[in-house]
Write a protein that binds this ligand. Structure first.
Ligand SMILES: *[C@@H]1O[C@H](CO)[C@@H](O)[C@H](O)[C@H]1NC(C)=O
Ligand SMILES: *[C@@H]1O[C@H](CO)[C@@H](O)[C@H](O)[C@H]1NC(C)=O
Ligand SMILES: *[C@@H]1O[C@H](CO)[C@@H](O)[C@H](O)[C@H]1NC(C)=O
Ligand SMILES: *[C@@H]1O[C@H](CO)[C@@H](O)[C@H](O)[C@H]1NC(C)=O
Ligand SMILES: *[C@@H]1O[C@H](CO)[C@@H](O)[C@H](O)[C@H]1NC(C)=O
Ligand SMILES: *[C@@H]1O[C@H](CO)[C@@H](O)[C@H](O)[C@H]1NC(C)=O
Ligand SMILES: *[C@@H]1O[C@H](CO)[C@@H](O)[C@H](O)[C@H]1NC(C)=O
Ligand SMILES: *[C@@H]1O[C@H](CO)[C@@H](O)[C@H](O)[C@H]1NC(C)=O
Length: 466
């Protein structure tokens, strides 16, 4: 839609900006006249907001050197005035747009041209320090606060970050270096974090070299992440791809992720802080994901899962050269549960492990975690799995005295590498069933014989709309 972004074409609506300014200034008549404007086609999830502006209207300079932090914030401050009048779109033209963090607004679309790159500033003073997440109690890298994300939004309704495969470049190398040297006072920024929001769409973008996690929707609902390419060196620290955290009704689809940590990590808070906050991640659908992550999981559940994780479905998942496919990470002290997890149609090549779940992850925010807060892991289903060049089929290791139960694996064919582990299935403190699985599973997964298939619900989650 922005293929030839001449001012006239792209900003055909610009005249309306003036009209609404007048309406705002003369309160009394505003609501009646605005209804006239409402007759414009306004597909909120797409690009056709009623009001559009370009970053250059606010003094943006796309030379890769000039800071655009003020231009972005001025643009969004201006466009936020139109939230109740049909919403707005900020267009980022071709160029390299260096910027520090900026905040989004409601009923708003940030649209990157395909040749636009938003370059994250490496100057720490461009990054405000904000409070730790209440469900974590502290930053992930360090005690206390954390650097705000490059793109941040909180308490929003209907926000879209999209583009014709335009790019966010986190320029993370300096952050990774400081992290390794222990030089960071606060937790590293993420690329995109949206908190306490409803109706979030992040689509058709390339995200590269994030300082830490890439996409972090937290305490939000109705979230769609679609058509995203995420690229980071496979040795970069904690460059998780997409981390839905205490979110309800989330769909992640058609994403390609190469990263230094889990491609997708489903979370819900950390030990006593997450238990107190008490907000699960539920109704999550992940489909058509391709992941390369040699030292981490294709999809991780946890380790921070203290608000609970339930009703997760994943299908048509491709894992290449990754450590494990779906991994459940938890620990004594986390509390709550991971339950009702359904996975089907996974295709994998060159994996250290296919299945991995364990209750000994450790990693606590502080020493005040509750040793009696034992996480319950139950009803975990995998079917239609094909893997080749695998070193070990499975590590299924529950918590002593508190087994993981209701594990079901069916129709799984795992071909081994030339030098496989002697023990293919290491099962302790688990209970479940299996059917049509090679190599032969451990006895704790009772063999039900052929033709039994693990469940995968066919009903849909509530339609994601905003
Ligand atoms: C917002 O931008 C429009 C169009 O450039 C302009 O007319 C208006 O004065 C701006 N408003 C503010 C508050 O800057
Ligand atoms: C963005 O929002 C955060 C959290 O509300 C706030 O601390 C920060 O100052 C805001 N940044 C700007 C530039 O307004
Ligand atoms: C955002 O919403 C949360 C949860 O409803 C609330 O606690 C917080 O005060 C809100 N923050 C702002 C800046 O409105
Ligand atoms: C988007 O750009 C990335 C990086 O150049 C590329 O790998 C990917 O294939 C592109 N995606 C689409 C849909 O064009
Ligand atoms: C994202 O790209 C897909 C495939 O090209 C397209 O169908 C879809 O409309 C795009 N979404 C947006 C919001 O631009
Ligand atoms: C077993 O899984 C494979 C791979 O997904 C699939 O092609 C096949 O149809 C499945 N078999 C049955 C009996 O469902
Ligand atoms: C198989 O996996 C091993 C690691 O276990 C790797 O070195 C090798 O390149 C893989 N082979 C193929 C054909 O991908
Ligand atoms: C199997 O798992 C248990 C429990 O985590 C561990 O102690 C043991 O070393 C593992 N055995 C092998 C052969 O990996």
């Amino acid at each position: 839609m922005w293929t030839t972004p001449g001012r006239k074409q792209a900003f055909g609506n610009i005249v309306l900006l003036g009209m609404v300014m007048v309406l705002i200034n003369t309160n009394g008549v505003a609501s009646r006249k605005v209804r006239v404007l409402d007759s414009f086609d306004d597909s909120a999830a797409g690009c056709s907001r009623k009001y559009s502006a370009s970053l250059t209207d606010f003094g943006g300079v796309g030379d890769g050197v000039t800071s655009n932090t003020k231009a972005f914030q001025a643009a969004i401050d201006n466009l936020s005035l139109y939230a109740s009048y049909g919403g707005s779109l900020l267009f980022v033209p071709p160029g390299k747009w260096l910027t520090g963090s900026f905040n989004l607004t409601s009923h708003f679309t940030l649209y990157l041209h395909k040749d636009a790159t938003i370059l994250a500033s490496q100057d720490e003073s461009e990054w405000a320090v904000i409070n730790p997440l209440p469900s974590y109690g502290r930053g992930r890298d360090a005690d206390g606060g954390r650097y705000i994300s490059l793109i941040f939004g909180t308490n929003l309704t209907d926000v879209v970050i999209t583009g014709d495969n335009g790019t966010f470049d986190g320029q993370g190398a300096t952050w990774w270096d400081k992290f390794h040297k222990g030089e960071l006072k606060y937790t590293r920024p993420y690329l995109i974090e949206i908190m306490y929001s409803q109706g979030v769409q992040i689509s058709n973008l390339t995200l590269m070299n994030s300082p830490s996690w890439n996409v972090h929707p937290v305490y939000s609902s109705n979230v769609v992440v679609q058509g995203i390419t995420i690229l980071a060196p496979v040795t970069s620290p904690n460059t998780d791809g997409i981390n839905p955290d205490s979110c309800t009704n989330t769909r992640i689809e058609d994403c390609y992720i190469v990263s230094g940590d889990d491609c997708i990590a489903v979370k819900s808070g950390w030990d006593e802080y997450g238990i107190k906050f008490g907000m699960p991640t539920k109704q999550l659908l992940i489909r058509r994901l391709t992941c390369i992550s040699p030292f981490s999981a294709v999809i991780a559940l946890g380790s921070e899962m203290s608000g609970g994780i339930e009703d997760v479905r994943a299908e048509d998942i491709t894992g290449i050269n990754s450590e494990s496919a779906v991994r459940i990470k938890t620990a004594v002290g986390r509390g709550n549960y991971v339950k009702d997890i359904y996975v089907r149609r996974m295709t994998m090549k060159t994996m250290k492990m296919v299945f991995w779940m364990a209750g000994n992850y450790g990693s606590h925010p502080d020493n005040d975690y509750d040793p009696n807060a034992i996480p319950v892991i139950q009803n975990i289903n995998f079917r239609d799995v094909v893997a080749e060049n695998v070193t070990m089929a499975a590590r299924l290791e529950g918590i002593p005295g508190h087994p993981f139960t209701g594990i079901c694996i069916s129709n799984a064919t795992i071909e081994l590498t030339k030098k496989p582990k002697k023990i293919q299935w290491n099962c302790t403190e688990i209970a479940g069933v299996s059917s049509d699985v090679t190599p032969k599973p451990c006895n704790l997964l009772k063999d039900l014989g052929s033709q039994n298939t693990c469940n995968f619900p066919e009903d849909d989650f509530p339609i994601v709309k905003f």
